[in-house]
Ligand binder design. Structure first.
Ligand code: PXL
Length: 279
């Protein structure tokens, strides 16, 4: 069985980061090892959440793993709480990385033109450095703008997306993929560039007009799970985009109207069925 290490926080209540990555990747038939960067009572959309930073625990944990000789087929980083944790992630890449370990980074720090409250421009610059070490990065447009010093645009065209991708490519990752790219009315999806071949790829599906916390995390989890199972890049992004869309649709239909996260549990059977058509 393949094995993924995911490095991100545990938001105890709220369905994001580790609490979605672990069940989704496991359901895809991949062993999931977690390295929690912090424990929060809820994610940061709630008021008055508690945070216990775990920066000091990270290297002692991974030193133990090194002694045990553990190997990871992929390392997937998401929400990292501080600049220090970015540096530690780099060390973990060099300790556990290699030709047979996919480094997949979701540089979670911003959306809708703004950095999340915990982060500043310096954090964004350091995250850009981390992204340079990846095989695949999956920023949204806002995160890409902060990492490449590009003006954020609400309204854009394909040339703007390609310019952003070229600038992201200069950071050094092998494949750069922008998420939340909408190129026509009612559609949204991804637009990627494989830097070694110069090949662009895109996948657009129906845009569901709703914004929920954690959708980026479920999307990234499916991508890295599928890639680790050997699914090709185009199919992996399609699987992830379709799963995210289906999950948002199901959540909108839920009469309890959850606001803090999506009903990703309800769509896992469909995800698994679709995955097994590809592997
Ligand atoms: O979904 C990304 C994420 C993960 N973890 C925490 C967050 C967020 C987004 O805001 O607050 C704690």
């Amino acid at each position: 069985m393949k094995r993924i290490l995911t490095i991100q926080d545990i938001s105890c209540f709220g369905k994001c980061s580790t609490t979605v990555a672990l069940p989704i990747i496991s359901a895809m038939g991949v062993e999931t090892v977690i390295l929690p960067t912090a424990v929060l009572s809820t994610h940061t959309m709630f008021q008055n959440f508690t945070v216990k930073d775990l920066t000091d625990e990270l290297l002692p944990i991974t030193e133990h793993w090194k002694k045990e000789g553990f190997h990871f087929d992929a390392i997937y980083t998401g929400y990292l709480g501080s600049t220090e944790e970015i540096e530690i992630a780099k060390k973990i890449f060099s300790d556990f990385g290699g030709d047979d370990t996919l480094i997949f980074i979701d540089p979670v720090m911003a959306d809708n033109g703004k950095l999340y409250p915990a982060f500043d421009e310096n954090y964004a610059k350091l995250n850009a450095g981390l992204c340079g070490e990846a095989d695949i990065i999956v920023p949204n447009i806002t995160e890409a703008c902060f990492m490449t010093d590009t003006e954020y645009k609400e309204v854009y065209d394909e040339d703007y997306i390609k310019l952003l991708l070229e600038r992201l490519a200069k950071l050094g990752a092998k494949t750069v993929v922008l998420t939340g790219v909408s190129l026509s009315e009612g559609k949204t999806g991804v637009y990627g560039l494989q830097t070694e071949t110069g090949r662009y790829f895109t996948y657009q599906n129906d845009r569901v007009d709703a914004a929920y916390h954690g959708t980026g995390d479920i999307f990234a989890s499916v991508c890295v799970g599928a890639l680790t199972r050997g699914v090709n890049i185009d199919e992996a992004f399609k699987l992830a985009a379709d799963y995210t869309r289906d999950t948002i649709k199901v959540t909108l239909d839920n009469p309890e109207k959850p606001w803090y996260g999506v009903d990703f549990e309800a769509t896992i059977p469909g995800l698994v069925t679709n995955l097994y058509k590809l592997v």
